[in-house]
Each structure stands twice: as C-alpha cells, then as structure tokens.
Design a binder for this molecule. Structure first.
Ligand code: FAD
Length: 468
C-alpha cells in the first residue's frame, strides 16, 4: 500500500477531524491537523454547541478501531430509556431497546480532548489558531491565517475538510466543482440550562434521557459526570421571542414544564433564558464530497443534521470507518478512494439527515400519542417473535451499523407489513366470530388440520427475513 511519504492535511480539530487524524495516522500517512480555535485542552470553557452528546453504536465502533472506546465510555453515563415527563408531573420510561441496548451521555469537551491527546500520541502535528483561508485542490496547496494575521502556505497530497457545518473547505470546493448544496434552517432554536445536583446527588433518575414533549416544542436533559444535567429547550424562534420579560419566562415554565422549576430553580431559569439567545439548527446536504484527487469533506462539513436522532457525531465517526475501509479496498489510491467515498456515503448521509428531521416530530409529539406507544409495543413484540428479521428503526439506527438508507428501506417494508396485518384484522375478527358462533357446524371440517405453531413461526421468520 502506497502510504509512505503521502501527506494529509486535515482542516478542523473538532470531533471528526481529530478522530479521522487518528485513523489516517494508523495507516501510516503523515498527518497534520489545523484548527482555527486555540487548543481546547488549555481552555476552561469552550464556547459553542451542546455540552454533552449521545454516543451510540456507530460512534463507539469507530472509537474502538483507534483504541479509545473504553476511555470514552468509562467517562460516559449510560441512558437505557427515554423518561417522559407528562404535564401533570407523571414520569414514564420508554426503553430504547432491549436491556443491553443503551446510548451514552458523553462530555463534548472531554471527548475532544481524548481525541486530540490520542492524535498527538500517534505523532500527528497539531496546529491551533490556524484558520483556513484558501485551498488549491489541483496543486494540493492550503493557505492558513494565524492568530497574528500572518499567513502560511502548506502543500500536501490530500486536503480533508472536517471543519463543521460552515465549512470553509466546502466553500472552496464549490468554486472548483459542480457541487450541489442544500441548507435548511428549521424554525426551531435551542437554549441550554443546567440542573444542579441536589444534596450532592443527581436531581432526577440518572440513567435516562429525560424528555418533556409538548407537541410543538420540547425540553430534554442528559446527565453529566458531575451530577448535573444539561437541559435543552428546543422551540420555535417565535415562541422564544414572545418571552419578553422574566415574568413571561416563568409563566411559560409554570404552564408547560411545572415539574422542572424546582429542578432548574426559578432564578436560574430567568437569568439563563433572558441572557442567552436561542441558537439556530441547520441541516445541510451536498454532493459530491470530493473534488479531483486531492479534496474531501467529512462530518458536519458534508452532512450537518438537526440533533434529534443523536447521530451527527456518530455519523461523522462512521464516516472515518467508511473512508478507512475504502482505503483498504483501493490500497490507499486516492484516485479511486475519493469517488468511491462519495458514491457510498452520500446515500447514507442523506438518509440520516432525513431521519433526524423526522425524529424531531417523534420526540416532541409522537411520544404523547397512544398509537405511537402501541406501535412501539408491536415492534417489540414482533422483534421478540422474529429476532433476526424484525428490528425496530431506532434500534437499527442506534444499535447496529446497518447502512442508514437500508434502515429507512426496512422500516418502509415493516410499515407495509403492519398495514397489511391491520387490514387483515377486520376479516380475522369477522372470521373468528363466525367460527365461534358456527363452531358446531364447521367443527367437523377443521378437526383434521394439524397445527404446529413453532414450525409456523420459523417459516414466517424466514419469509420476513427474505424481504427485510
Ligand atoms: P465540528 O464539531 O463543528 O468541528 C469543526 C471544527 O473545525 C471546529 O473545531 C472548528 O473550530 C474548526 N474549523 C471551522 N472552520 C475552520 C477553518 N476555516 N479553519 C480551521 N478550522 C476550522 N451528535 C451526536 O452524535 N449525538 C448527539 O447527542 C448530538 N447532540 C447535538 C446537540 C446539539 C444541540 C447540536 C447542535 C449538535 C449535536 N450533535 C450530536 C451533532 C454534533 O455536534 C456534530 O455532528 C459534530 O460536532 C460534528 O463534528 P465535526 O468535527 O464534523 O464538526
């Protein structure tokens, strides 16, 4: 494999950039990582997005491949179920899957630090306060601006943009190639609040992702190692804007989240909500992810999504696995790897962007519906009955590495089967009624039919498996 001497520049030392650097260094490439911010390992607080994140199977798998899974998981908190907070204060858990299936709440800063330390240990050159200004994908030249406004030009064999949703590398690619680009700001924004520990203990049940679903908006809370909860209120901007005074804010919480007030504390709610502007949420799709043989974008730079499936980082981490597998398949030949990466990853990244959008409705509204709960029960029942073939959508996305687009396809097939089953229920009920009422007359005809239930179940499982 031709890696000796090949140099890769990664732009962006966030979660995906730092992990990707570890993967590529492991393959023997000479990797340099350029980050526009100062080194977060030297900062007390880092401005920016959510304080904690839900890590699931895809992300864990990627961390495992660079030997970091245990270190990250040790510092995370398992969340086995959603804990729904109803308006009247009732709390009801909805498990994510089976007992061994859970997502982990991990601290974003800690995770980024672990990744940067690992990158450094693998001999990767880390350059902070270097902001990408321009790149030339034909010659493999990258120009960065340093904190003192001086510029530095670097040459390399491959430029990988892991520089987030507002990617400068992607902007440069758009000037060089016919890159389709689509972005959407949803009408909702978010504000983060903190629930502090009570008597040095977690203020609520710990191993849950707490949700206050209120149809048009919702609040969620994820536990942290220091026994706090990061609580996020997602709501349309127009609703945030209607809360003009501190009294408006507290009235709003009394109306929609009364049980959260003693947890968040009135003063904390008023101060945070009145001093923190709601942050926007963006979804980005683009195509292709590469230009020529020297430019590639990954992570949020290629597919930023709304955070409602907890998959943005997980998908970005899985990007690193996909690139690694293609490097294997095409023996590190960038001329083949890059187009193959776009071809393979685009369909899946688009699928998870769409699923993330759909899950917002599920989280804030569907969990309140009896039909949704019935469907969850039916899914769980069918999974127990046909464990190989009937895997619920959330389980496929969060606890397997089934390709995202296949998760959608399989869910559609499951929906069809359930529709067919429900259409057959009416004739079935009529049929059973007829049998019960006329059992004496037809009894003599059915007494000879042998019914082997376990054989029937096996045949059905095989049959469904063929189609899912
Ligand atoms: P980023 O994390 O944005 O990192 C990009 C890096 O590039 C930054 O360090 C930036 O400083 C640097 N950079 C930018 N421009 C330049 C430049 N010109 N030159 C040099 N460097 C540059 N995902 C999950 O999987 N689970 C969750 O529970 C989850 N929760 C979320 C909650 C919220 C509220 C939000 C907004 C997102 C959430 N996500 C979650 C998504 C997740 O945060 C992102 O998918 C993830 O951070 C993407 O990582 P990245 O490295 O691609 O981009």
């Amino acid at each position: 494999m031709a890696t000796t001497g090949q140099e890769i520049v990664i732009v962006g030392g966030g979660l995906v950039g730092a992990l990707n650097a570890c993967f590529l260094a492991q393959r023997g490439f000479k990797v340099s990582l350029y980050e526009m911010r100062a080194d977060i390992r030297t900062q007390l607080h880092v401005k920016g997005r959510s304080i904690n994140l839900a890590l699931s199977r895809r992300g864990r798998e990627a961390l495992k491949m660079v030997g970091l899974e245990d270190m990250v998981v040790e510092n995370g908190i398992p969340m086995h179920a959603r804990m729904i907070h109803d308006l009247d204060g009732t709390r009801r858990p909805i498990p994510y899957g089976e007992k061994h299936q859970y997502i982990m709440s991990v601290d974003r800063k800690h995770l980024n630090e672990v990744l940067l330390n690992a990158a450094e240990q693998k001999g990767i050159k880390l350059l902070f306060e270097h902001k990408l200004i321009r790149c030339d994908f034909d010659r493999g030249m990258v120009i960065f601006e340093r904190a003192d406004e001086s510029q530095v030009t670097v040459s390399c064999d491959l430029i990988i943009g892991c520089d987030g949703a507002f990617s400068a590398v992607r902007n440069q690619m758009m000037k060089r190639t016919r890159l389709d680009y689509q972005q959407e700001y949803i009408p909702h924004g978010y504000v983060e609040l903190t629930i502090h520990p009570k008597q040095n203990q977690f203020a609520m049940e710990v191993n849950y992702l707490h949700i206050w679903p209120r149809n048009e908006f919702m609040m969620i809370a994820l536990p942290n190692q220091d026994k706090t909860y990061t609580t996020t209120l997602f709501m349309p901007f127009k609703n945030f804007e209607s809360l003009k005074t501190k009294d408006d804010i507290i009235e709003f919480f009394q109306k929609y989240f009364p049980d959260s007030i003693p947890l968040l504390e009135e003063e904390n709610i008023k101060e945070t909500m009145s001093s923190t502007p709601a942050q926007p949420l963006i979804s980005i799709k683009c195509h292709p992810y590469h230009v020529g043989t020297k430019g590639l974008i990954m992570g949020d730079a290629a597919h930023a999504m709304v955070p409602f499936y907890g998959q943005g980082m997980n998908a970005g981490f899985e990007d690193c696995i996909v690139l690694d597998e293609l490097m294997d398949e095409y023996k590190n030949d960038f001329t083949k790897v890059l187009p193959a990466y776009t071809e393979k990853r685009h369909v899946d990244a688009t699928a998870i962007c769409e699923l993330a959008m759909y899950n917002y409705i599920e989280m804030r509204s569907s969990v309140n519906s009896k039909l949704f709960l019935l469907r969850k029960k039916l899914d769980n029942f069918l999974q127990k009955l046909f464990p190989k073939s009937w895997i619920p959508l959330y389980t496929m996305v969060s606890f397997t590495r089934t390709r995202y687009h296949q998760c959608i396809e399989r869910r559609k097939t499951q929906d069809k089967i359930i529709r067919c089953l429900s259409y057959s229920i009416i004739p079935l009920v009529v049929g059973v009624t007829v049998i019960v009422t006329k059992r004496n007359e037809i009894g003599q005809y059915i007494s000879d039919i042998p019914l082997n239930i376990s054989q029937l179940k096996i045949s059905l499982d095989r049959f469904i498996h063929r189609f899912l």
